[in-house]
Design a protein around this ligand. Structure first.
Ligand SMILES: Nc1nc2c(ncn2[C@@H]2O[C@H](COP(=O)(O)OP(=O)(O)OP(=O)(O)O)[C@@H](O)[C@H]2O)c(=O)[nH]1
Length: 393
């Protein structure tokens, strides 16, 4: 499911490309596919602007290869073309393992020098092919008469690296870079019409542009700590609601005490766990409103259904034993840390939430009024002993 959520666009574009590549789809190559350097340039500029180094390097590498193809004719030689593309893919795969930072940093320059070094390597390879006879014609025989060429092996390494990456951490950028690598793999044969390479480069640039915008969107509308949509996303979502909706306000019980007792890192762990349960079981669209407060918005006014979901969510949270990982790892040797370890290390803690639910209608026409009513219901839940769901009076 995670794979589909993050990888639907790369999958869609890749499928479209495969369909036309094998002529199952009659796709005429229009002149605009020659726009790929411009599109790659746009992707690169956006990636630099939004400090998305992984996407900036991917765009730079594909663009550099594209421009080099025009500038140095020897790169179009059969084995050098595919080896060059394979190296671009391998660099993309390695870059996928770095974290996003300013693309114009020293680290960025280092990566660019490494890529440049590989370009020089290719040049040496074509200038003195005899010195590299152990590599030329870049094919290595394997048992059973199967021949794998060097470029194919480099491609396989790059694809495997990216598959491992997206398996460990399924996120849109990883899937996008994997799709770019697969696209390059599909056009590695220089005997293909040049339009195929242009098209693959254009699709890659569109994908990279989308990913840059997507990561900027995530930055603006997703809460960094818990990974669920933020208050800004909530304000936006309100604009899309009709007249009938309900809002639930969820607050973690005695969270200040929990923070004081186990430290803020454990508090953050609890926030992440609670956010996950709310997003999964809350029954509506979940947002982190701020601090230890969350909201769930339900479209329509099916009170029974909302209450059932919220009750189930409350039970799931109350019944979840959270292992205190941070406390165990807390190696600081001071009195506070020792106390934390003594109290929490290796144990599991449980936490509860109180919930207030209110619906639109009557005096509550605006979302602010509904939220206030939900807040009042939450207050009653707290006063009534916590760990419960209350609705507006
Ligand atoms: N660890 C952590 N703590 C946070 C974060 N945001 C807010 N808090 C803490 O959340 C606590 C909120 O406590 P209160 O509003 O007093 O409420 P409470 O202790 O949960 O008590 P009741 O709501 O009455 O059950 C404060 O101690 C804040 O420091 C965060 O992102 N991480």
């Amino acid at each position: 499911m995670q794979w589909l959520r993050h990888g639907w666009l790369p999958l869609l574009l890749l499928t479209a490309f495969v369909l036309q590549r094998y002529a199952w789809l009659d796709f005429p190559f229009p002149a605009p596919v020659k726009l790929s350097p411009v599109l790659l340039g746009v992707a690169l500029a956006l990636a630099v602007f939004f400090k998305s180094s992984r996407l900036a390097y991917a765009a730079t590498l594909i663009l550099a290869f594209y421009l080099a193809l025009d500038a140095v004719p020897w790169l179009r030689q059969e084995s050098l073309f595919s080896l060059g593309l394979a190296l671009v893919s391998l660099n993309i795969a390695l870059v996928a393992y770095t974290s996003d930072r300013n693309p114009l940093s020293g680290f960025g320059l280092l990566l660019l020098f490494a890529a440049l070094g590989q370009g020089v390597g290719l040049y040496l390879l074509q200038s003195w092919p005899n010195s590299f006879s152990w590599l030329m014609p870049l094919t290595l025989p394997y048992g059973g008469g199967i021949q794998f060429d060097l470029a194919a092996q480099v491609f396989v390494c790059a694809i495997l690296l990216l598959l491992v990456k997206v398996s460990v951490k399924p996120e849109a950028t990883g899937f996008g870079l994997l799709a770019c690598t697969l696209l390059l793999y599909l056009v590695r044969d220089p005997a293909l019409p040049p339009g195929q390479f242009h098209l693959a480069a254009s699709i890659s640039s569109l994908l990279l542009t989308f990913l840059v915008l997507h990561s900027a969107y995530e930055l603006a509308f997703r809460d960094e700590l818990t990974g669920i949509p933020s208050r800004r996303a909530y304000n936006r979502y309100l604009l899309t609601l009709g007249r009938h909706y309900m809002i639930a306000v969820i607050d973690i019980d005695h969270f200040k005490k929990l923070n004081d007792r186990h430290g803020h890192r454990v508090g953050d762990q609890v926030l992440r766990m609670v956010a996950g349960k709310i997003a999964r079981y809350g029954g509506g669209r979940a947002f982190r409103y701020g601090g230890e407060e969350f909201v769930v918005v339900f479209r329509g006014r099916d009170r029974e259904k909302a209450l059932n979901a919220l009750e189930r969510m409350r039970e799931k949270i109350a019944g979840y034993p959270l292992k205190l990982r941070s406390a165990m790892r807390d190696t600081a040797d001071n009195a506070k840390a020792r106390r934390r370890r003594g109290q929490g290390g290796g144990r599991a803690i449980k936490t509860t939430v109180s919930v207030g639910l209110a619906g639109s209608g009557g005096n509550h026409r605006l979302p602010e009024a509904v939220l206030e009513a939900a807040d009042r219901a939450l207050y009653r839940a707290k006063r009534g002993g916590r760990n419960r769901v209350c609705t507006q009076a």
